[in-house]
Design a binder for this molecule. Structure first.
Ligand code: NDP
Length: 447
């Protein structure tokens, strides 16, 4: 049995109740064997055993009082996975599905993603099973203050810098930042995604979606084409989905479908993004309400968005939302490129099917790294006590995404073979992300 397979078997035994973590670890470890063959010193130093074990994980009680005066209790998490190349960095997810296995999978992915950005940030992730949906602003504030009352002791501008993720937007970051500052009496860049008047960076809101489309543009360039005139399907209608749609439209593509956890809309003429922003960013409503703005669009309850014919598919909602039957439908409809905006939205089986069928596929740890990269730019601005212009940040983001593409595709050429006639970017991203962290760990001794 190879070194990678052996470590994976041990992980499966030890973490059998964490399927998402096992899925993420399988994808990474299975693609590292060519590197491990070339560098036997990694096995001698037990790099895989160490990199798959978080440096630290905390779980804590989050009590708060709802609007009826009833005491509620949620569970909080922060997994500090790897600090070999910089302070832990990664978002806070607020969603009822959150558990330790999900936070571990996200934290593990974050190590390689952060490495790929070329910036000095380690990997971490956190969150809670709290559901902000349907809660009043006061309830959300009560939760966020209680959550930070424990989290504050584990984080810091040079230790661990959390950010937003599903369910954690500008409002939640604001409440958490206020409480951190109050407890610590310290105005530091300890959270990213802050408001523009209090330390936030221009273009952070847009960064993940824009970055995804910059990355997908490089893939299309390799195929000799671009977004102009392309039909695109984007799942989700949150932060990543909205700004991916905006950038596709700016580049001349047509986004025809968006979704949320209840269902999806199809608009043959192209999505009216102003309507979606009003529904989602202002009213915090459901995607179904899109029909009130565009009566000719169609709404379908439940899953099925991947049955829509498209040239490019951008899954931007959540993990395991693109399954094998969805992959088959995309291939049958002639889809040429799938780039992940969400973290691990495509199952291992669906990923393999897409790649084998000649679809050019980008894993989220490469294609959605624009968000964390811009968060690191927010940290730099906080340290300098300066604010850069939108154009400055956007242009750095663009360069970072082009570089991630170059590095992942160079590693795919060096360590992998073509798959379905395309570069294997899954392997390339894993290898490029891993090497930098592994070399830093080697240099820092057995820690
Ligand atoms: P948001 O909370 O803004 O939006 C999430 C969207 O996905 C919503 O439309 C939501 O619908 C939908 N969704 C969430 N969970 C499910 C589910 N279980 N089933 C179906 N739909 C679901 O989150 P973001 O846009 O920030 O994040 C989306 C993805 O991108 C996540 O995987 C996140 O980890 C990843 N990501 C985000 C980054 C960022 O900068 N924000 C950076 C890198 C990755 P509903 O409103 O109905 O719940």
């Amino acid at each position: 049995m190879s070194y990678a397979q052996n470590v994976l078997e041990q992980l499966k035994k030890k973490n059998s109740n964490e399927p998402e973590f096992i899925q993420a670890a399988t994808e990474v470890l299975e693609s590292l064997q060519p590197v491990l063959d070339k560098h036997p010193e990694f096995e001698e130093a037990a790099i895989l055993e160490r990199i798959t074990e978080p440096e630290r994980q905390v779980m804590f009680r989050v009590p708060w009082v709802d609007d009826n005066g009833k005491v509620q209790v949620n569970r909080g998490f922060r997994v500090q996975y790897n600090s070999a190349i910089g302070p832990y960095k990664g978002g806070l997810r607020l969603h009822p599905s959150v558990n330790l296995g999900i936070i571990k999978f996200l934290g593990f992915e974050q190590i390689f993603k952060n490495s790929l950005t070329g910036l000095p940030i380690g990997g971490g992730k956190g969150g809670s099973d709290f559901d902000p949906k349907g809660k009043s602003d006061r309830e959300v504030m009560a939760f966020c203050q209680s959550f930070m009352t424990e989290l504050f002791r584990h984080i810091g501008a040079d230790t661990d810098v959390p950010a937003g993720d599903i369910g954690t937007g500008a409002r939640e970051i604001g409440f958490m930042y206020g409480q951190y500052k109050r407890i610590r009496n310290c105005y530091e860049g300890v959270l990213t995604g802050k408001g523009l008047t209090w330390g936030g960076s221009l273009a952070r809101t847009e960064a993940t979606g824009y970055g995804l489309v910059y990355f997908a543009s490089e893939m299309l360039k390799d195929l000799g084409t671009d977004f102009s005139g392309k039909t695109v399907v984007v799942s989700g209608s949150g932060n990543v989905a909205i700004y991916a749609t905006e950038k596709v439209q700016q580049l001349g593509g047509k986004v025809v479908a968006l979704s949320d956890s209840n269902g999806w809309v199809y608009d043959e003429e192209g999505i009216d993004l102003a309507a979606v922003k009003e529904i989602k960013e202002v009213k915090r409503g459901r995607i179904k309400e899109y029909l009130e703005y565009r009566p000719n669009a169609k709404y379908t309850e439940g899953k099925g968005i991947w049955s829509v014919k498209c040239d490019v598919a951008l899954p931007c909602a959540t993990q395991n939302e693109l399954l094998i039957d969805d992959a088959k439908a995309l291939v049958a409809n002639g889809c040429k490129v799938v780039a992940e905006g969400a973290n691990m939205p495509t199952t291992l089986e669906a990923t393999k099917y897409l790649q084998d069928s000649g679809v050019y596929f980008a894993p989220g740890k490469a294609s959605n790294a624009g968000g964390v990269a811009t968060s690191a730019l927010e940290m730099s601005q906080n340290s300098q006590r300066l604010s850069w212009t939108f154009e400055e940040v956007d242009s750095k983001l663009h360069d970072i995404m082009v570089n991630i593409y170059k590095n992942a595709s160079a590693a795919a050429d060096e360590y992998g073979t073509e798959i379905g006639g395309n570069k294997n970017l899954v392997l390339g991203a894993n290898v490029a992300g891993f090497l930098k962290v592994a070399n830093a760990m080697m240099a820092q001794g057995i820690v």
